[in-house]
Design a binder for this molecule. Structure first.
Ligand code: UTP
Length: 470
């Protein structure tokens, strides 16, 4: 779109203020602002301003909400044979190079408050390895074990792309072959005033933020990542988020179940820590599997219990998925990814109409995001598989308290202590916690089962000892 077209579109969608702003800028500033505007879908934005910004979108809760079924972590008799076949299928997919890893790391990580991409955050208890390294080592271990490197797709955003690339460069891509890393940026969305004006962060710059992890499904297409997968013969993506170092980036059983059942999008779940835990809930709503956010699930439903006292809605979403490449291609056909937009009222530092900088102390604007789990109801045969919180989920979200670096460090140590104990090593305990600091490189073992096959250098860990296995 040329400048005249952008200006006329802006007027059409009620952004006269921005047109005046363009008039007030010098050439360089005007070019900068125009470039940002040219990257946006202004027709879509015009519609969203009416439906989601000036008013809260009307959301009908489904009539019939039931708990979702899920595959158990360990199979009962009826499923033993299926699980064996699934593990074999998962292994075959990996040997044949049909699985890619997909890390979404475009978020702003504002709650953690770390200056820089969250993936840089030093997370492991002894070596202080950054999150990116934890995933790289896992993926290298699987590539080594299956004799095929795993193509790694990493989504960043304009907010952190340059720093993420520089960080990977500086660390030699953590031993990964750069030819097997495909880094790309997701889309950005402007923030709006409650009246529907796009907000400015600088006189010549919109207040932009990433368009949500759901934007990943569009960005995979636009960036050429899907085409790269086709070229390489990648059929499935193992999706995970940057904040959870406990994730099994590759899980043969989960991938195998996903493929064998013909699922287009599969998800892992864990039992919630309580009825109101702040995670999405897997439900079947009006006949379709989907995730309802904790804030949208009526409390009367959230509190319901089964006859044995257990929570009726107990399947929490931990943002680990397997996705069929053909499904993502299908979602993008026709150029419009049909996922809902979610509205959040936020504090957005901005420049007001008179050119003054505003640092609001209460929400002054609206941000719009898409969520990846909203693709589940669009998928054929979606399945849910139950995993174990202690084994696979401890995200770093907040600077302190729940889901913080401290709880994540504790959970990494607990898990690795358990792995060691299962491998026959005596681990000292104090007040119910391991009385040692333990870190196991994924290159040494990616699971308790693999650790049992290693010739361990010790039979006992001493109280207070730091043990690093590589
Ligand atoms: P969160 O929902 O925790 O958001 O992202 P965030 O932006 O990282 O953190 P806060 O809310 O500002 O504290 C969960 C995962 O989704 C990715 C994040 O990088 C993280 O891996 N994400 C989120 C994106 O890749 N893009 C987005 O637009 C939003």
């Amino acid at each position: 779109m040329n400048e005249a077209a952008i200006r006329s579109k802006l007027v059409q969608v009620g952004q006269d203020r921005l047109v005046r702003q363009l008039d007030s800028l010098d050439d360089a500033g005007r070019r900068r602002l125009l470039a940002q505007l040219a990257a946006l879908d202004l027709d879509l934005i015009g519609r969203l301003i009416e439906s989601h910004v000036k008013r809260k979108p009307h959301m009908d809760l489904p009539h019939d909400i039931r708990p979702a079924d899920s595959y158990p972590r360990t199979p009962d008799n009826t499923r033993r044979e299926l699980y064996q076949r699934a593990v074999e299928r998962g292994r075959r997919l990996l040997r044949e190079g049909k699985v890619g890893a997909f890390l979404v790391a475009g978020g702003q990580g504002s709650r953690l408050g770390y200056e820089g991409p969250k993936g840089e955050y030093p997370v492991t208890p002894i070596r202080r390895k950054p999150l990116f390294q934890v995933f790289a080592e896992q993926l290298r271990a699987f590539g080594r074990d299956y004799g095929r490197p795993i193509p790694w797709y990493i989504m960043t955003s304009d907010a952190n792309d340059a720093r993420t690339r520089a960080f990977f460069q500086k660390h030699g891509h953590f031993g990964y072959d750069p030819a097997d890393i495909f880094m790309f940026q997701q889309g950005m969305m402007p923030a709006f005033s409650f009246e529907g004006h796009m907000l400015l962060s600088e006189p010549d710059s919109l207040a932009l933020s990433p368009d949500g992890h759901g934007g990943s499904l569009r960005a995979l297409d636009r960036s050429g990542a899907l085409a790269d997968m086709r070229r390489r013969g990648v059929e499935h993506l193992s999706y995970f988020q940057v904040d959870n170092p406990l994730v099994h980036c590759i899980d043969e059983l989960f991938l195998g179940l996903h493929d064998l059942t013909g699922s287009e999008m599969s998800s892992k779940t864990i039992a919630k820590s309580g009825p109101l835990e702040k995670v999405g809930n897997f439900v079947v709503a009006d006949g379709k599997l989907q995730v309802i956010e904790y804030s949208d699930l009526p409390e009367t439903l959230a509190m319901q219990t089964n006859a044995d006292g257990s929570l009726r809605f107990n399947a929490g979403s931990i943002a680990i998925h397997a996705l069929r490449v053909s499904f993502i291609e299908r979602l993008n056909r026709g150029g419009q990814l049909q996922l809902p937009w979610h509205r959040a009222e936020k504090k957005v530092p901005c420049i007001d109409e008179s050119g003054n900088r505003v640092y609001p102390d209460k929400p002054n604007g609206v941000k719009l995001e898409q969520f990846v789990f909203d693709a589940i109801p669009l998928a054929q045969n979606p399945i849910v598989y139950t995993t174990d919180r202690a084994e696979e989920f401890s995200p770093v979200k907040n600077a302190e308290g729940v889901d913080s670096p401290a709880t994540c460090r504790r959970d990494q140590i607990r898990r690795h202590a358990r792995w060691l104990a299962e491998a026959g090593v005596t681990v000292p305990m104090k007040d119910g916690e391991p009385d040692a600091v333990i870190e196991i490189s994924p290159l040494y073992a990616t699971s308790a089962e693999q650790l049992r096959t290693r010739r361990l250098p010790m039979k006992t860990v001493a109280a207070g000892e730091s043990v690093y296995l590589e």
